[in-house]
Design a protein around this ligand. Structure first.
Ligand code: FAD
Length: 477
């Protein structure tokens, strides 16, 4: 059903007429978990850095999708993934917005206040931010990336020239636009991990909830004010709340999918509130499909209403609770990843491989939401051991002047699930920020358009050394 005379108006993308909005050393696409850190790291190296973010706050999944707490690296002796994580954490602790629980897990933080902390930090290092600005194109010359095309508030379009770009969109969008080869979802069928729409409730009587959870047999996570609970169908031994969920289904308050994965945490600095790592949207494995993701918001909000009603009626402590917010951004665990110079594999995790250019260390396990029968466990690797993510995972193969950070680095579908937690994303952000600042300095415009390979210009082992010099703690291999 073709149009005979279709005319597109309002799109004048003639490169010569496109206004140049800025000219920087390092341009970061996406100001989320990794992107905000990348901006700080690049500016700290002396680069003129600019972060472009499509929403009005930094933090991405950690703020707008309400993902809290930071998951543990699961390496007992490693206190920090990278120095900038330490900066953020210390600032949040100072202001009562982060906390350490009785098991030493120091990832508890306040998602709503993260953008405030990041605004202060990023401006203090001299990195600029363009909010409400969306990356829509890559500017190429002789096959080499020159910057990104963006759409600003009000629909204006412009070019941001940059010596080096970091793709921290989570969706590897800038890399894809620049022509990098990318992977989407599971290798066998392209299915992504399940998405979730997180929400927050206030007005909870936490002491009453604590005593109820203890009465029904929950023996973990009860150290007020850092309280947590969870429920997964069929796992009532670990999650006694599951029995109450079953009753909720019998009473007609819940649908089966509402109870497939339920998890809640209190929030430092927010008194009687809890953040919910759910609902997980059923049958939603296409994280880049615009109609399906739109429906996911609607479905997620309906599920949230049912969950809240169930909690109010059946879980003591929630009687007077009220709805505070639902993530303005869908929680996407995995969508598109770049094909990098090195792609992380499950064997890297299982064999605890270490690399000279390892810029992140973690023992977080393979954790694929929405996939039945995944049989990797924490116990698969020796306690205390860990694997490393090489800097090469941040270099899209066959491209120049482009790095990636965050959940879209080069990795197989399963390996990405072990590398996607926020502390690791922050470490990749710091590494990419340093690398991009160095690349920008080394880059010389070449008349013949010949591209120097990123890996020839900068060494990942030097970046690791720089991260250590900044105060990052890396365990000996
Ligand atoms: C439901 C859920 C629960 C999770 N639970 C945990 C947990 O408990 N603990 C933990 O540590 N990790 C958890 N994770 C994983 C972790 O939150 C993410 O993997 C991580 O935050 C991703 O960081 P990122 O920087 O790659 O992407 P994001 O933080 O999502 O940032 C991407 C940014 O890019 C911006 N952007 C995208 N496209 C454009 C564009 N075209 N132009 C401009 N800007 C753009 C976005 O608006 C966003 O700000 C969870 C994830 C989800 C979804």
């Amino acid at each position: 059903m073709g149009y005979k005379k279709l005319e597109i108006k309002g799109l004048t993308l003639n490169a010569k007429e496109l206004p140049i909005l800025a000219d920087v050393d390092v341009l970061i696409a996406g100001g989320g978990t990794a992107g905000a850190v990348a901006g700080i790291a690049a500016a700290r190296e002396g680069a003129r850095a600019l972060v472009v973010e499509r929403y009005g706050a930094l933090g991405g999944s950690g703020s707008l999708a309400q993902v809290s707490p930071l998951m543990s690296l699961k390496i007992p002796d490693k206190p920090e993934p990278c120095s900038i994580n330490g900066l953020i954490k210390r600032q949040m602790m100072k202001e009562g917005l982060a906390a350490v629980d009785q098991n030493g897990q120091d990832g508890w933080f306040n998602s709503a206040m993260l953008p405030f902390i990041l605004d202060d930090l990023i401006t203090s290092y001299g990195c600029d931010v363009l909010y409400d600005t969306t990356v829509i194109g890559a500017a190429m010359q002789d096959n080499e990336l020159q910057g990104l095309v963006v759409q600003t508030r009000g629909g204006g379009k412009g070019l941001i020239r940059s010596r080096c770009v970091i793709d921290a969109t989570g969706d590897a969008l800038a890399a894809k636009l620049a022509g990098a080869n990318c992977f989407e979802g599971r290798e066998s069928d392209g299915a992504n991990q399940s998405v979730s729409l997180r929400f927050t409730l206030g007005g909870i009587d936490l002491a009453q909830l604590q005593s109820f959870l203890s009465d029904i047999g929950q023996s973990w996570g009860l150290g007020l004010p850092l309280l947590e609970t969870a429920s997964i169908w069929g796992q009532s031994d670990t999650y006694p709340l599951e029995r109450v969920f079953r009753q909720g289904m019998k009473n007609g308050l819940l649908h089966y999918e509402d109870g497939k994965f339920f998890q809640a945490f209190t929030i430092p600095g927010m008194g009687a509130a809890m953040t919910f790592n759910c609902p997980e949207i059923p049958d939603m494995k296409q994280a880049l499909d615009p109609f399906k993701t739109s429906r996911a918001y609607v479905t997620g909000r309906k599920m949230t209403v049912r969950l809240h009603r169930f909690l109010k009626l059946m879980v003591p402590g929630f009687e007077n609770s009220y709805f505070l917010s639902s993530g303005p951004m869908l929680g996407v665990r995995e969508s598109r990843r770049v094909d990098a110079v090195f792609n992380l594999s499950v064997q890297d995790y299982l064999q605890c491989r270490k690399y000279d250019d390892g810029i992140a260390q973690t023992a977080y396990p393979i954790d694929i939401h929405g996939e039945e029968g995944v049989d990797y466990q924490e116990e698969d690797i020796p306690k205390g051991d860990f694997f490393e993510i090489p800097f090469r995972c941040l270099i899209p193969a066959g491209t120049g002047r482009l790095l990636v950070a965050g959940r879209c680095i080069g990795a197989s579908f399963a390996a990405q699930s072990a590398a996607r937690i926020q502390p690791v994303c922050r470490a990749t952000g710091e590494a990419a920020g340093i690398g991009a600042a160095w690349l920008a300095r080394k880059y010389k415009p070449s008349d013949d358009g010949k591209r120097s390979a990123t890996a020839e210009l900068i060494k990942g082992s030097d970046i690791r050394a720089r991260m250590i010099a900044h105060g990052g703690i890396f365990l000996k291999r």
